[in-house]
Structure formats: C-alpha cells, structure tokens
Write a protein that binds this ligand. Structure first.
Ligand SMILES: Cc1ncc(COP(=O)(O)O)c(C=O)c1O
Length: 485
C-alpha cells in the first residue's frame, strides 16, 4: 500500500515529507524491510521536484531510518532503528518534551518485574495466589454471559463508583467476613488496590503533604503517594505494628497494613490500632487501611479492622480481589468516609471512567451465589496446610539460619536471617544462586525496597504445593555450600 503524504503550503516541503515518513516508520505503518516509494513516483504524486523528495530520503538515510540500495531503491532498516523520542547527544529529545521533574524521578517498583510468569520449578514468590486452583468452571459462564450482554450493547458505560450489584455484594461480604458495617453507597470499585491508593492521594493530598508509611513497607503504596507530590515519612514497625508515637505531628495520612503487615507478616495489636485511631482523631489525619490478604487466617482470633473500630470517620478502608481471585483481574475497592465519596467518584471518572463492567458484573454474581465464600473456604484450607508445612520446615530444618516472624494470615511469611546470612551480600548471593537452581524467592530488601531492612527472606506459599516446600527450601539453603559444610 502506498504511504500517504500530505503537503501543506509551499514551505519546507522536504522537511514535511521527511517528518511524515519518519512518523510512519515509528508508528509501524512502514515496517522494517518495506520499500519507500521511488523518488520519481512520489515526486509525481506530490507534484514537487524530484530533488525535494531526494533531500527527505537522504535525511532519513543519514539518521538511520532507511537504507538506500543502488539500483534497487530505499528500504526501512531492519535493525537498529532509532527509538522514538530517544535522547540526542546533548541529552534533549527531538521534540523537547520532558516529564515534570517529579515524574522524572519516579519509576515502578523494581521488584514488580519479578511478579510476572515464571519458569521456576519452585515458586516461593510473595503474595501470589494459586492460579491453578482458580475456579474457572464456575467463573467461565459468568464472565461469558456478562461479556455477551456488554457486546449486545445493553450495558453502555457504567457508573464510576462501580457496578451496583457488586457494590451491594461487597457491602454484604465485608459485613460478614470483616465486620465492616457499610452500605452499597459507601463502596467504590477500583482497578486494584493500586488505583484505590492513587485516587485517595488525588483527593486528599496537596503537594508537599506528609504521608507516613510503614518501614519496612509496601513500595507501590509509597510510589502512589510520591506521585501526588507527597512527602513520605517512613515510620518503623515493631512486633505490634506501626510505632504510632513516631508519626510526625504534621502528617496528613497514615498508610498501614494492620491485618498482615507487609512484608513482615505480624498483625497490628489492638492496643496499637486504638492508639493510631486516637492519634488520627487528635491530628485530624486520615488512616488508609490496606486489608490486602486478610481473608486467609490460620489461627488466633481475628483482630477488628481499623474501619470497624473507627467511630468518627478517619479510616479509608481498601480491599482487593488480587489474593482471593487473581491479581490479573485488577479489581479492588475502597470504603471511604462520607465527605470524601463524591470527590473519589469524580477522581475515578477522570482516571478511567470505571472498572471493566463484565468483570464487575460477573464478580457480583460470583459473590451473590456464594461462590466466593466457597472458594475462600477451600483456599483457606489449602493455604493453612501450606503455611503449616512451610513454617514447620523452616523452624525444623533451618532454625540455625533464620528467625521466623510469627504470622498467622495471608500468603507469605518472613524470616530474618542470621549467622553468615546476616550479611546482606551473602544473602543476595544466596537468593541469586537459589534462582539459578530453579527456586524463585525474594529477599526482604527486594520486596520492601528498603536498604536498611534487617536481612531476611520472604517466602510466599500461594503458588507452591506443600510437598514441594521441603525440596524448594533445601535448594535455597543448600545452595549455600559453605553453610552446609
Ligand atoms: C500490601 C499490599 N497491598 C495490596 C496488594 C494488592 O494490590 P492490587 O490490588 O493492586 O493487586 C498487595 C499485593 O501483593 C500487597 O502486598
């Protein structure tokens, strides 16, 4: 097909031809190996001198977009094409476009790259549910039906606050499973926890506002608040959770993971929860409660959520379907105090209008038909066995190298390392060699993106069978020959 070139006026005709062909190459309309039209033909089509086209082609050759073959023609290069917007020698881009200084300094959590598909024989990565046990048979007819309804055009666009059926189902589910008393109007459906944090940051924070986060903590949450121009203060945690006394008085919002501290795994004690709510009341601050994997508990009495302890509207509760269903569904939700709701709904609308309707509608049916509760019950049983096997293997075989952080919930446990493995370099080396021997495992510093964290390893049991844990762990520690000797 002939490439379309449109000339405007009589000025800089070569430049116009050059830019349009370059754009066609960048956009993939002209692919590597494609011929450009012969100069004679293009000049005739455009009613310009042949040399005008020739100058444009020479510039494309000079900049590495095309090769000119004598007697044959001019072709888009098959290798080493310049990258669109690539920096020139002086560091500027051709267009001069640059992100705001704030964004130039941000990048996705490096650890996130290690959460995609894996070929590891033993998958001990943190926080991933077992996709092999996802109830596809029950899910398939629901998502097929809802996709058909959307395709039939009966649905149109959805409500930014979320599918009414899902919001009602979530309100009931939260009341039953988490003691969170709320109605459908209080619930806003989001594209995962990550979007919930982004929306909260947008409506709550002025640039420069202080947000306190746990240390060690969840890097994607920090990033969401940094992207709003917030000042981040990392507040240490002890075995009861966040050290409330160490939160600076001018803090506007505190982000916590009370059910299962990320990444250490202990719950926040009732005493600390009460202290945090008192602190928020005294300082007029918001508390963002990330209840990310609380559905799975293996003993001990569940501690009440901050949201259900909150009497005067300081807590914004955030939940996710990433652990009870699949992270790739990208569905989460938040329950906010009444004064924030309208703004949050508008923020959701400006971000992406709404989360995919077929997924929300299918989830609503999944919850209403009792399928979610059944799936959670089954997985609870499976994960309890894995949690027990993992903790027993760690304490039974490797107690000389690790100190387990007590934890009875979620999908991972953390262990501080000791002896030779208390040396961060030895630990990085161990994780690297474990990966080379087919075990995907993270160090604590990797998942917390925190250089000062105590040396440790984080073991996920969402994607590994109980029977594989012993062999997997022996590979992890056995890969350090010096320790075994
Ligand atoms: C602390 C924490 N919050 C939330 C999530 C879930 O995030 P999302 O709902 O964006 O998948 C995770 C996932 O690992 C997590 O570790």
């Amino acid at each position: 097909m002939d490439v379309h070139v449109r000339l405007d006026g009589q000025r800089d005709l070569s430049g116009q031809i050059y830019r349009q062909l370059r754009t066609a190459i960048h956009d993939g309309l002209l692919r590597p190996g494609d011929p450009l039209p012969p100069t004679r033909e293009l000049s005739r089509r455009l009613a310009v001198a042949r040399n005008t086209v020739g100058v444009a082609y020479e510039r494309l050759v000079a900049e590495g977009y095309v090769d000119s073959r004598v007697g044959s023609g001019t072709y888009v290069r098959t290798t080493g094409l310049p990258v669109p917007g690539a920096a020139t020698a002086d560091g500027s881009t051709g267009s001069g476009l640059r992100p705001r200084a704030l964004w130039a300094g941000l990048s996705p959590w490096a650890g996130a790259e290690s959460f995609g598909a894996t070929t590891a024989a033993y998958d001990l990565r943190v926080g991933l549910p077992d996709a092999r046990l996802f109830p596809y048979e029950a899910w398939r007819p629901l998502i097929a039906r809802e996709s058909r309804l959307s395709a039939a055009g009966t649905a149109g666009y959805g409500d930014p606050a979320g599918h009414p059926g899902l919001r009602a189902a979530l309100a009931r589910h939260l009341g039953l499973s988490r003691g969170v008393r709320t109605g459908p109007d209080d619930v806003l459906v989001t594209t995962g926890t990550q979007q919930a944090l982004d929306l909260i940051g947008r409506v709550l924070l002025e640039p420069g506002d202080r947000v306190a986060v746990e240390e060690p903590g969840y890097p994607p949450a920090r990033l969401a608040f940094l992207a709003q121009g917030a000042e981040i203060t990392r507040v240490p945690v002890d075995d009861e959770g966040l050290l409330v006394d160490a939160v600076p008085p001018d803090t506007r919002a505190v982000y916590v993971t009370p059910a299962h501290q990320f990444p250490l795994g202990m719950p926040m004690s009732l005493r600390r929860r009460t202290a945090l709510l008192r602190w928020a009341r005294q300082h007029g601050a918001a508390v963002i409660e990330d209840d990310y994997d609380s559905e799975f508990r293996f003993g001990g009495r569940p501690v009440e959520t901050l949201r259900s302890l909150d009497r005067d509207g300081h807590v914004i509760y955030v939940g996710s379907f990433s652990k009870v269903m699949l992270p790739s569904l990208r569905v989460g939700f938040l329950v906010a105090p009444a004064p924030l709701r309208a703004a949050l709904r508008t923020a959701k609308y400006t971000a992406d209008w709404h989360t995919a309707v077929p997924t929300q509608a299918a989830l609503a049916r999944f919850v209403d038909d009792g399928l979610l509760a059944r799936h959670i019950r089954r997985m609870q049983h499976t994960y309890a066995t894995r949690h027990q096997t993992l903790t027993r293997t760690l304490t039974g075989h490797f107690a000389d190298r690790i100190e387990l952080v007590p934890s009875a919930a979620g999908l991972h446990v953390t262990a501080f390392t000791r002896g030779r493995l208390a040396d961060p370099h030895a630990l990085v080396d161990l994780a690297r060699r474990a990966r080379a021997s087919g075990v995907a495992v993270h160090t604590l510093a990797e998942v917390a993106a925190d250089r000062s964290a105590r040396p440790g390893l984080v073991f996920g049991y969402g994607s590994i069978d109980a029977r594989d844990m012993g062999p997997g762990l022996h590979r992890v520690f056995g890969s350090d020959r010096r320790l075994d000797g």
